[in-house]
Design a protein around this ligand. Structure first.
Ligand code: C5P
Length: 399
């Protein structure tokens, strides 16, 4: 998941560095947004060295003219740690006069606030009311601890142990994850159909879409099993992974995993055909000219259709369609023909689609069409999982 950490101008700002490390150790990516005052305590360079995502503090310095919207969109959670009385007050009142507060207003993801300040500032009626307002609007508060404060006072206001802040944030996020208790099977990557022992028929699938789906499904709280063809990338280690080569192997593995799954997402670019026989050794020019000149092909099983035929009530199957024209129309036809519940339709050709990080996409279901536009594969995966989370068939039998 991508955690956005907001750092404000508080002596505890240095503890945000350890919070970043904590999230990274737990396998999450971190972006940072700083207020101008935060930079008086810890320099932007320190955060740049630590964070794996963006580190920014200005609404105007970035190449992106609307960085607060991009930051808000990318974030799976926004944690302000430490949060000063001033920033809590601004957010409670909808003031958006810098990058951090504008981002807070634009965020729709879980919002977590870890206030830290002098005991009297914390106890003041204004701060307490502002924090209550944030809580009533859905923010999760990580309360400061009691103890000696930087100013010499003793009382509530200390920023808690960074590890505890990470833990509480992750636990809070897990509570609300929409697909907790659900199992998702994802097919990904190309298949590889042997001609002989050294040659094969395959395609340009990179597995990137599958990897993004795996991440999005895990982030939504699901248990994930991947059946993948050979890909030059690594999947999130939290998923169960089974590598296969051929379409037939992929079919067997998918059929084995499907009965235990609530959702199957067939993102693999399965080769539609395979050589009728895989020759032993290597076919040689001169000796095997007939076999080299005419490789006899047979059709591969359609895994998506196969799973749809096995589908029992409550299970949901998602397919993909890569088309060069009439994308939505063809996706509708595929939805009906294969018996899927959802088709993610991509516009491909002319350099689009395969191997790229973004794609122009539509989500097609019986209920209608959602146009996603040109989005990163990460965002497309997130949109698919969001829709699956809302799906009544999935929601209906949740434990
Ligand atoms: O028919 P077409 O190949 O365009 O359908 C694409 C969708 O069907 C994808 O979801 C793909 O994973 C799936 N598929 C499959 N088995 C095949 C061919 C496609 O599961 N043999």
């Amino acid at each position: 998941m991508r955690i956005l950490i907001g750092v404000t101008g508080c002596i505890a700002a240095y503890k945000a560095c350890e919070v970043i490390r904590g999230f990274q150790k737990a396998g999450h990516e971190v972006s940072v947004v700083l207020t101008e005052s935060a930079k008086e305590f810890v320099g932007e360079a320190t955060f740049r060295a630590l964070a794996d995502g963006r580190v920014c503090s200005s609404l105007f310095a970035d190449e992106d003219p609307i960085p607060h919207i991009a930051l808000a969109r990318e974030a799976d959670a926004f944690l302000i740690a430490p949060c000063t009385a001033n920033v809590a007050a601004k957010i409670a009142h909808g003031i958006a006069d810098d990058l951090l507060t504008s981002t807070a207003l634009a965020c729709t993801c879980p919002f977590i606030v870890a206030p830290a300040m002098n005991v009297h500032m914390y106890d003041s009626a204004a701060t307490q009311e502002n924090l209550r307002t944030l809580e009533e609007r859905g923010a999760f508060l990580i309360r400061p601890e009691e103890g000696y404060l930087a100013c010499g006072d003793n009382g509530r206001g200390r920023f808690p142990d960074p590890e505890a802040v990470v833990q509480m944030t992750l636990e809070h996020m897990a509570e609300d994850l929409p697909l907790v208790g659900k199992r998702i099977l994802i097919t990904s990557g190309p298949t590889l159909e042997p001609v002989d022992e050294v040659r094969f028929i395959s395609n340009r699938s990179s597995g990137k879409m599958g990897a993004c789906l795996v991440q999005a499904a895990l982030d939504a709280g699901a248990e994930v099993e991947i059946v993948s063809g050979p890909v030059p990338l690594s999947y999130d280690g939290r998923a169960k992974i089974r590598f296969v080569e051929t379409a037939q192997e992929m079919m067997e593995a998918a059929k084995e995993a499907f009965p235990e799954s609530d959702i199957a997402i067939c993102a693999a670019a399965v080769s539609d055909m395979r050589p009728a026989r895989a020759h032993e050794g290597k076919l040689k020019k001169g000796r095997d000219d007939d076999a080299l000149g005419a490789i006899e092909l047979v059709q591969n099983p359609d895994i998506l259709s196969g799973l749809c035929q096995m589908k029992r009530a409550g299970q949901v199957v998602v397919g993909f369609a890569a088309e060069t024209e009439d994308v939505v129309e063809q996706a509708r036809e595929k939805l009906a023909r294969k018996g899927a519940d959802m088709i993610l339709a991509n516009l491909v050709g002319q350099g689009r689609g395969f191997g790229r990080d973004e794609s122009e996409a539509w989500i097609v279901t019986e209920e209608g069409v959602t146009e996603l536009g040109c989005r990163s594969k990460k965002e497309i995966a997130k949109a698919i999982l969001e829709l699956l989370s809302l799906n009544r068939a999935v929601e209906g039998d949740r434990a």
